[in-house]
Design a protein around this ligand. Structure first.
Ligand SMILES: Nc1ncnc2c1ncn2[C@@H]1O[C@H](COP(=O)(O)OP(=O)(O)OP(=O)(O)O)[C@@H](O)[C@H]1O
Ligand SMILES: [Mg+2]
Length: 501
């Protein structure tokens, strides 16, 4: 459930599906307008990007929200791909040409070049030319809310090995906004700001939009002041509430870097703007430093900077200054679109990442023949005169095991009763590699595998024994499953559900 500021709640799934529906319709409209042909939903392969740290239930949630929004459906699941953001970003960055990167220092080109100057040739070398097998790079995705850091190592044939699992820290660009809010609190009083925010929400949004555009314009390469226009409702509400002018509050605050301009603007001198960035930059620097100090990821040669916040020249310079002597900092020109463009590349060829590492150990609980000496007594059960060991964790895939695209774990199941219409198998996971029983410490039930056995033909003929072969695929961005009835060769409908445990 998500709660709105007026206290009303709504299921998160509904909100996500509305947002996705809006994007879907907007994208189809835009594509149709641009190409002068009606582009239909069926013509499109959709890609939704998610942070790499998301687990199976969150990805399934996103897929469900997309289905509810009319982006593909459970009948055509392959029309929608879920891409992992650091993978998408790295696919795009590595295929860039060097001239498509942000230069170390901003270049100043005159609008009309002098006649006798020869234009510099564009550097057409690819970023990936340098990054051969064994090279390691760190991908720093600076977003609105979080900064996510991943370390990849290149293997042969463009394969990626993830050395350091993405960590997310709340040091995104919203930290700069929060500092600005704190500044407003100090100048105008936190009670007033709180009241304004609630009583004049539209004015508050205008004010924050005005700040957002100034924040984006902040650059360490220029020395001009940045003016944030205060909405009329702010000036008016302040006068009503406090009985004095906004201007006098600013004067009273007495900071030489924060002034009032006669056009109704809050004027931030470069130093005042820089101060708003400091706490966030500090945290980003520390997070990157922590990763660089992690022993098993040492010898990182490159830092790829991506995400919307990485557009900021303040952030770019700061990270170059701090880390530029340790590794090569690579910033694409259109840095805020890196993930988006990488996701498009991924949609065109999802096999570009051909190897992934299982994030957890997955398996199911089974009965095995009891072997005394090997199996503990308390797991012994007797059935039809036979001795069985119960709760055995049958591993499909082990944590940190490399799984190639298309690699699958095959298992056969025999329904307990011959006329059974469905079979539900519980799926378990753990972050341990040498797990033995589903009752071991740290083992969690994560989902269910549901086999639909209601095939009419079968129900009529009811053979003695039915064998269902399930195939689980772990090398994709999502865990997938399919099942086959061995004797008829027919597919058995099956679903894997991580949301309703
Ligand atoms: N030039 C700029 N300077 C500072 N911040 C910027 C600039 N351009 C964009 N941003 C910030 O980047 C953020 C959007 O980046 P992005 O699209 O990567 O975020 P996101 O992926 O939605 O967030 P998250 O990854 O945290 O979920 C916005 O908060 C915006 O304020
Ligand atoms: Mg992001």
């Amino acid at each position: 459930m998500l709660e709105a500021s007026n206290g009303k709640t709504m299921p998160a799934l509904t909100i996500f599906s509305h947002a996705l529906r809006f994007f879907k319709e907007h994208a189809l409209q835009e594509l149709s307008d641009q190409s002068s042909t009606k582009i239909l939903n069926e013509d499109v392969r959709w890609v939704i990007t998610v942070p790499a740290i998301w687990k199976a239930p969150a990805k399934q949630f996103m897929r469900q929200a997309a289905y509810d929004a009319g982006i593909s459906s459970s009948e055509y699941p392959d029309q929608l791909l879920i891409a992992l953001e650091p993978e998408a970003a790295s696919i795009y960055v590595r295929r860039l040409r060097l001239y498509q990167l942000v230069p170390e220092k901003p270049t100043r080109r005159p609008l009309t070049p002098r006649k006798d100057t020869v234009p510099e040739p564009m550097n057409m070398d690819k970023v990936s030319d340098d990054i051969g097998p064994g090279a390691r790079y760190m991908l720093v995705d600076c977003g609105g809310g979080t900064v996510d850091i991943t370390v990849h190592e290149m293997e042969s044939h463009g394969r990626l090995k993830e050395l350091y699992k993405a960590t997310g820290g709340p040091y995104g660009s919203v930290g700069v906004e929060l500092e600005f809010e704190k500044l407003l609190d100090s100048i105008f009083g936190s009670e007033f700001i709180e009241a304004f925010r609630h009583k004049r929400p539209a004015g508050w949004v205008d004010l924050m939009i005005a700040f957002e555009s100034r924040k984006r314009a902040a650059t360490p390469y220029k020395n001009n002041a940045l003016n944030v226009s205060l909405p009329f409702s702010f000036i008016d509400y302040y006068k009503k509430k406090k009985g004095s002018q906004v201007e006098s509050a600013i004067r009273k605050y007495g900071d030489k870097d924060i002034r009032w301009s006669s056009q109704g603007m809050l004027r931030l001198m470069p130093d005042a703007m820089r101060r708003l960035f400091v706490p966030t930059l500090e945290k980003i620097r520390a997070a990157i430093g922590d990763v660089l100090n992690t022993p098993y990821v040492k010898d990182i040669d490159y830092m790829f900077l991506v995400g919307g916040f990485a557009e900021s020249q303040v952030l770019q310079l700061e990270l170059r200054r701090e880390f530029g002597h340790l590794l090569k900092v690579i910033i694409p020109q259109d840095v805020s679109l890196t993930i988006l463009k990488g996701a498009v590349c991924y949609g065109l060829d999802p096999t570009v990442v051909s190897l992934r590492w299982s994030r957890l150990t997955y398996g199911v609980g089974v009965l095995n023949r009891f072997v005394s000496g090997k199996h503990p007594k308390k797991k012994l059960v007797k059935k039809d005169g036979m001795e069985w060991c119960t709760d055995v964790f049958d591993k499909y895939v082990t944590i940190n095991q490399p799984v190639g695209l298309g690699d699958s774990s095959l298992r056969s199941y025999t329904p307990a009763k011959s006329g059974q219409k469905s079979s539900i198998i519980n799926i378990y996971c753990t972050d341990c590699s040498d797990v033995q029983f589903i009752t071991d410490k740290g083992v969690k039930k994560v989902g269910t595998l549901c086999l639909d056995l209601s095939d009419a033909q079968y129900q009529q003929n009811l053979p003695r024994r039915r064998e269902i072969q399930t195939r689980m695929v772990f090398g994709d961005t999502e865990i997938k499953v399919s099942a086959l009835d061995v004797s008829t060769g027919k597919c058995v409908r099956c679903t894997i559900d991580f949301l309703n445990k």
